[in-house]
Design a protein around this ligand. Structure first.
Ligand SMILES: [Zn+2]
Length: 378
């Protein structure tokens, strides 16, 4: 059987199969068909990607893409086409009160794959902009556990978990109270919870202490206050225990949630993030987060090896989503791939507290394959 598309001669990095070498990647019928040297491409569309890196389609585990339905969201297709992402995971832009609009008007119409964590708050993140900022998790009357459970059950094809935002900005003075109800919902529907953290209350310790195996803490490498490490740069014991238990640590860069200082301390302690994500939204798409490849570049420049950066943006994210058909180039997997250029030079990067570093590398997207077809301008 012939292939539909073959990417020829790139450096294939697929941590799910311990692959790192110059190979071809072939697609047929919308799926990955083969990975190997000198594949027979007769009759197939081919692209010479020599000098570039080929990975499974990147997964951005933390985005906001309910465009038009929520003020913070950006357009998933515009974003993904340029940032190497083939699966955008929306994290709580929508709640049970407005999820069906997200599904019908955005998810079902989108060429790019969109999965979602459903907010436990009735209308999701409904008041987030430069002029209006109201924490949806502060008002307990908006907590909608029964509706959230029902909508999650009815949309298991696209809803992968439950979302809540905990912290002084998102849940006011509720503290870890804000975490109890969403945990109950996640338990009830048998899905992971993704929890956001900002300023205390609640404390980082209180939040990670309550999370279950498979739950995800996003904004995990945020700046002080509420960091995973102490002032001396040691990882807090409760954070170590949480990782041992199976709690996952996601970056979720965003506008206020990623500090080089924290990341350096965590990497120095041998505690890399499980997943790298951008938390792209209206207020950070023009910096400091920009997108997935920029967030990956920051970790590369902090010394995380490229295959580990790829692991945190592909197979680890797929495991967090419980979608083993994503994030891998195993034959039979979803036919998504990303072609990256790793540029050498001198590049400026900023975190959310204004720390600047000059990096020697930058990851750029040169295009993506979506369901076995090249999906990129030109
Ligand atoms: Zn977010």
């Amino acid at each position: 059987m012939g292939f539909d598309l073959v990417l020829k001669g790139g450096r294939v990095i697929d941590p799910s199969q311990n692959i790192d070498g110059v190979m071809d990647v072939a697609f047929a019928g919308g799926k990955v068909a083969a990975v190997g040297r000198n594949l027979d491409a007769s009759g197939a569309a081919t692209r010479d990607v020599s000098g570039h890196v080929v990975t499974a389609g990147l997964i951005d585990l933390h985005t906001h893409v309910y465009w038009g339905g929520t003020s913070l969201s950006i357009d998933a297709e515009d974003f993904c086409r340029l940032s190497g992402v083939t699966t955008a995971v929306d994290t709580g832009s929508a709640g049970p009160g407005n999820f069906l609009g997200f599904r019908k008007h955005v998810i079902e119409k989108s060429q790019v794959r969109i999965l979602a964590y459903l907010h436990v708050s009735f209308a999701g993140i409904y008041a987030f902009s430069n002029t209006i900022m109201v924490g949806e998790s502060e008002e307990m009357r908006l907590m909608a556990p029964a509706d959230c459970a029902r909508v999650a059950e009815e949309n298991r094809d696209v809803i992968v978990g439950i979302k809540v935002r905990c912290g002084a900005h998102a849940s006011g003075t509720q503290g870890w109270n804000a975490l109890k109800m969403p945990l109950e919902v996640a338990d009830h529907v048998g899905m992971p919870l993704m929890c956001h953290i900002d300023h205390p209350p609640p404390s980082y310790e209180d939040v990670v202490g309550m999370l279950r195996p498979g739950d995800i803490l996003t904004h995990a490498f945020r700046p002080f206050p509420n960091t995973p490490c102490n002032a001396q740069g040691a990882v807090k014991p409760v954070v170590q225990e949480a990782r041992k238990r199976g709690v996952l640590f996601d970056i979720g860069h965003g506008k206020g949630s990623f500090a080089f200082k924290t990341a350096r301390a965590m990497l120095a302690n041998g505690f890399p993030p499980d997943t790298i994500s951008s938390d792209v939204h209206k207020l950070c798409i023009d910096g400091p987060a920009f997108d997935q490849v920029t967030t990956m570049s920051k970790f590369l420049c902090l010394g995380m090896p490229l295959p580990e950066v790829v692991r945190a943006s592909t197979v680890n994210a797929a495991m967090a989503l419980k979608r083993p058909e994503l994030g891998t180039l195993k034959p039979g997997a979803v036919g998504d791939a990303t072609v990256l250029e790793i540029k050498d030079g001198s590049f400026d990067y900023w975190d959310v507290v204004g720390e600047h570093i000059t990096g020697t590398q930058k990851i750029l997207s040169k295009g993506v394959v979506l369901n076995g077809k090249w999906w990129h301008p030109a």
